[in-house]
Each structure stands twice: as C-alpha cells, then as structure tokens.
Ligand binder design. Structure first.
Ligand SMILES: Cc1nc(NNC(=O)[C@H](CC2CCCC2)CN(O)CO)c(F)c(N2CCN3CCOC[C@@H]3C2)n1
Ligand code: NI
Length: 183
C-alpha cells in the first residue's frame, strides 16, 4: 500500500528526471507498482481510509512521485458527464491538442509539493492521447475538462516538469490569452 511517506517531495532529484519507456511484457514489479498507484488514488478518495492513513486526496499520481522512472501514471476521477475514469496510462503521448487553453481558476497543487503555489497553470483545453493499459492494450482517447488537465499534469511529471514551472512568473494570474477557465 502506498502511503504519504512513499511520495517524494520537491528537492528530490527524481522529480526533475525524465522517466523511461516501459517495456512490455511488464515485470511483476512494474505491474504491482502500477496497481498500487491506482489503489493510492482510490484510497485517498475514501474518507475513512484517507483519514485512517492520513492520505492527501489525489486524482492523479505519476511514477516519479514514488521514486520510479517508469513512464506511467494513474488517474482516478469522475469527468464532467459523471463518467468514472480509472486507469494507469503507460507510455502516454499527446498526439494532438486544441489551440484553446484552459486552467483551473483555483490553480493546481501537487502531492509532491508541501506548499501552496498560487497562479494559473495554462493547459491545452482538449487533448487526443494514446497510451497502453496494464494489459498492454493500446488506448486512444479525446479528453477535455479535468481529465485533460490531470493528464497533462501527470505527463509533465514523467518529463520532470512541475506545475509551477508553467505559472507566469511576472504575473501568476495573468489572463491566459485564448483561454477558458475550467469551472
Ligand atoms: C483537482 C484535484 N486535485 C486533487 N489533489 N491533487 C491531485 O490530484 C494532484 C494532481 C491534480 C492537480 C491538478 C490536476 C491534477 C496530484 N498530483 O501531484 C499528481 O501528480 C484532488 F484531491 C481533487 N479532488 C476532487 C475530487 N474528489 C473526489 C472525492 O475524493 C477527493 C477528491 C479530491 N481534485
Ligand atoms: Ni503532481
């Protein structure tokens, strides 16, 4: 079971290291880690379990955050239509994206960042993504809203990018041109 102590924090070099393509077939170790990452998100969204183990709520978790340099992350969230998205994206890619940007008006946070970093984080409003599932199945999805934002936040982690790298330093709340806030 992944606990907060397993999640590395800012300053740990792995957060700034590019993760490597995952080889198929998955080793038992990689498969187990993928499953544990998804389970962390499910646990963190269960009030009783989150309270019992002092877990910070999460809708996404990238391998770098548990000190692994495998190109994979877990997502567990409900989209705007109430659809449950719950999967591990392995060797994820954005194959195309909208010109339009979006951002969370409340800004973003990160389980690896123990402080508030205010400011808008510009993200593509819509993305077409490809990835493999734990079973090696090729998936292609079009995402918008929170799923799109979360996918980009996690893919950034696999490339050593933190959400605050994208905040306008001069004016963190600068209106992001051609952007629509995700509300
Ligand atoms: C938006 C949100 N971010 C939460 N945390 N941060 C994260 O997930 C970070 C990743 C997110 C930051 C912005 C986009 C991706 C983790 N990141 O560092 C991984 O790289 C939440 F916990 C959360 N929700 C709303 C839904 N709720 C359902 C019931 O259970 C509680 C849950 C709380 N929404
Ligand atoms: Ni994060």
């Amino acid at each position: 079971m992944i606990l907060m102590d397993d999640i590395i924090r800012e300053g740990h070099p792995t957060l700034r290291t590019k993760a490597e393509e995952v080889k198929f077939p998955l080793t038992d170790e990689v498969r187990q880690l993928a499953e544990d990452m998804l389970q962390y998100l499910i646990n963190s969204q269960d009030p009783e379990i989150a309270d019992k183990y002092n877990l910070r709520g999460g809708i996404g978790l990238a391998a770098n955050q548990v000190n692994s340099l495998q190109r994979m992350f877990a997502l567990h969230l409900t989209d705007d239509n109430g659809e449950q998205l719950s999967f591990v994206a392995i060797n994820p890619k954005i194959v195309s994206h909208s010109v339009e940007n979006t951002y969370l008006p409340a800004g973003e946070g990160c389980l690896s960042v123990d402080r508030n970093v205010p400011g808008y984080v510009p993200r593509h409003a819509r993305v077409t993504v490809k990835f493999k599932t734990i079973d090696g199945e090729e998936k292609k999805m079009r995402l918008k809203g929170m799923p799109a934002i979360a996918f980009q936040h996690e893919l950034d982690h696999l490339n050593g990018i933190m959400f605050y790298d994208r905040i306008n330093e001069k004016n963190p709340f600068a209106d992001i041109t051609d952007s629509t806030p995700y509300e």
